[in-house]
Write a protein that binds this ligand. Structure first.
Ligand code: PGA
Length: 251
């Protein structure tokens, strides 16, 4: 059976308890839109509250530390993320890679630590503007994947890839459907090479300026299994526009 499109909201550094009403509205609406699978990745501080209130949607974290233990003031381990009620964690978001200097090896370590405690993983990869302009987008994304894909046993069953071109995040620009399809086909081939037949079932999300107005078109690109949504996931109204577009494609 084909998998349902997976629509994940990344709230980034947004969200106080006042935003729990948006999460509740998204959860209620998801009950009517079962043709799409919906999840939110709020800041750490809201994971527990959203998990407690939401019946249907998945809840995840936006990052985790790769180790357990003592000497990491201010950090959150995968076990703590799970204990707060998260079912998955996003790793390797370009903002973490650029602002916190995370390398592919760091991202892979986080992904493997998250899998080890039973969390799912959404691994982000994408090329920079200069890499795209130089015609090196596919090589750049392939290198990111090779360096950061977790190699743990059964990893393919709990990993999702998010292809997020850096020049599209928060910019209002998106690649063409053809460009997205070409990149997703390359990622699929790489997943099958790494994981064997299990790589064929790994979901590959597109992320970067997904909005209600362009969701149907972007979700129609080859090998796109859903979307990772930043800005447009912050209100139930916008996020639901994307979820409806995804659910209608499956109708
Ligand atoms: P955006 O962000 O939808 O606001 O472009 C996407 C992301 O950073 O995951």
């Amino acid at each position: 059976m084909a998998q349902r499109p997976y629509i994940v909201g990344n709230w980034k550094m947004h969200g106080t308890r006042a935003m729990l009403s948006e999460a509740r509205a998204i959860d209620r609406a998801a009950e009517r839109l079962l043709k799409a699978e919906v999840a939110l990745a709020p800041p750490f501080t809201l994971i527990h509250a959203i998990r407690r209130e939401a019946q249907l949607i998945g809840v995840g974290a936006q990052d985790c530390h790769p180790e357990d233990g003592n000497e990491h003031t201010g950090e959150i381990s995968p076990a703590m993320v799970k204990d707060a009620g998260a079912g998955f964690v996003i790793v390797g978001h370009s903002e973490r890679r650029s602002q916190h200097h995370e390398t592919d090896a760091d991202v892979r370590a986080k992904a493997e630590a998250a899998l080890a405690v039973g969390l799912g993983v959404i691994l982000c990869v994408g090329e920079s503007t200069s890499q795209r302009d130089a015609g090196e987008a596919e090589q750049a994304v392939a290198a990111r994947l090779d360096g950061s894909l977790p190699r743990a046993e059964h990893a393919a069953e709990r990993v999702t890839i998010a292809y997020e071109p850096l020049w599209c995040i928060g910019s209002g620009c998106t690649p063409t459907v053809g460009e997205i399809g070409a990149m997703h086909r390359m990622i699929r081939a790489r997943l099958v090479e790494t994981y064997g037949p299990g790589g064929a079932a790994v979901r590959i999300l597109y992320g970067g300026s997904v909005k209600p107005e362009n969701a149907a078109e972007l979700l129609g690109a080859d090998e796109v299994g859903g979307a990772l949504v930043g800005g447009a996931s912050l209100t139930a109204e916008n996020f639901l526009g994307i979820i409806v577009a995804a659910a209608e494609r499956e109708a």
